[in-house]
Design a protein around this ligand. Structure first.
Ligand code: MG
Length: 389
């Protein structure tokens, strides 16, 4: 039996504000859609995860889901109904027997709910999780109450909604052929095709993120959940120094700062990233940069130091650890570092999967004392806290 999951992420998500659609905003250091896709990828019963994305979101999606074993996304249509149909058609070649259709904006979907929906499909034609409605419902056309609605049979529908693949495919094709529009969820399409849909209890945390406030609260919740399961607290430190040589800019924390010198080294000589990488490796006892990238190896000549950082993150993530905060101090008589700190944080945040509020980058001069004080080079210190299971 093959179960496919279709993740619907075509919306522009403008109600949540921000520079990008809500499904690409960060919660717990990762884009919303990363959490959503991973929930399905990690579920042993789900064999394929197919995302349906908005036109022009290709690069954003690729960056947001880097490292996840997803099949190539497809581009959605003008409406949710159209996007779902495209996603369902796209998984046909994997010949799934069941399909789950899920909103990208519900990142808190649990393994147990996915399990329930798949399991109940053995008994039912279609399965929709939902929550009973607690508030009293008023029917008020034009804002004037005409009656109170009996809420005893009212459910607020969630996703994932589960279907037998051939049936929902046929239902979508039927709606398409009849040009029926405006069906807002998959169950409506199934209803329209006469499929019997069974409601099962949803989960309160499986809420849909809609507003800017939802994103803020979800960020806190997701970080809290992460930390809760990671009781092993480790601290690592790293120190690095590179001398100057003639050049046009120095690279620190991945940012090029115009200057009459550059830092001399085998790679791009980003002393701050080297100190940070060593600090992360230090938390898990994995040696230092030299262990993984020997300076004798010509392939690292002129390399961007983010490669080293990525390796340290890969080793940390292989242990299911995460960074809780970093604190970097750069010792430099010149150039001035402070004007570049915001750009440095913006560069590090996605590499570390860490909110900028958990990143500190400070700089100090040496009051003209010693080699750094004589402007012979730049030194950096990094301290990192990580959490491990
Ligand atoms: Mg170095």
């Amino acid at each position: 039996m093959t179960v496919a999951a279709v993740i619907v992420a075509g919306g522009s998500g403008l109600r949540a504000g921000g520079e990008r659609p809500k499904q690409y905003q960060l919660i717990g250091g990762r884009p919303v859609i990363w959490w959503t896709c991973r929930a399905f990828l990690e579920h042993p019963a789900v064999s394929h995860v197919q995302a349906v994305i908005g036109e022009g979101h290709e690069a954003m999606f690729a960056a947001a889901t880097e490292g996840l074993d997803l099949i190539l996304p497809v581009i959605g249509g003008q409406t949710r109904q159209e996007s779902c149909r495209i996603g369902i058609e796209a998984v046909a070649r994997h010949e799934p027997s069941k399909v789950l259709i899920h909103d990208a904006a519900r990142p808190f979907v649990s393994a147990s709910l996915i399990e329930e929906v798949i399991g109940w499909l053995d008994r039912f034609q279609a399965v929709v999780p939902g929550m009973p409605v607690a508030e009293t419902l008023k029917f008020a056309p034009g804002g004037i109450v005409s009656r109170t609605v009996d809420r005893s049979s009212i459910w607020a529908a969630q996703t994932p909604q589960g279907f037998h693949y051939a049936e929902i495919l046929a239902a979508y094709r039927k709606a398409e052929a009849e040009r029926t529009q405006g069906l807002t969820d998959d169950a409506s399409v199934a209803e329209h095709a006469g499929i019997e849909i069974s409601m099962i209890p949803g989960q309160i945390e499986n809420r849909k993120l809609t507003t800017a406030d939802d994103i803020v609260i979800a960020d806190r919740d997701m970080m809290g959940r992460q930390l809760q399961n990671l009781p092993d607290i480790r601290v690592g430190q790293g120190i690095d120094i590179h001398p100057f040589e003639p050049g046009e800019f120095v690279t620190l924390c991945g940012v090029n700062i115009p200057y009459a010198q550059r830092l001399k080294g085998h790679s791009d000589a980003d002393a701050a990233l080297h100190a940070l990488t060593d600090a992360i490796l230090g938390t898990i006892g994995e040696g230092d940069i030299g262990t993984h990238f020997p300076p004798s190896d010509p392939q690292w000549k002129g390399a961007a130091s983010r490669i080293f950082l990525a390796k340290a993150m890969e080793l940390l993530e292989a242990r299911r650890g995460l960074i809780a905060n970093i604190d970097i101090t750069i010792l430099a008589e010149a150039p001035k570092i402070a004007p570049h700190v915001a750009a440095m944080k913006a560069c590090l945040s996605p590499l570390l999967h860490l909110d900028p509020s958990r990143i500190a980058i400070k700089a100090t001069t040496m009051e003209k004392l010693g080699a750094i004080g004589r402007k012979e080079g730049i030194m950096a210190f990094a301290t990192v806290t990580v959490r491990l299971p």
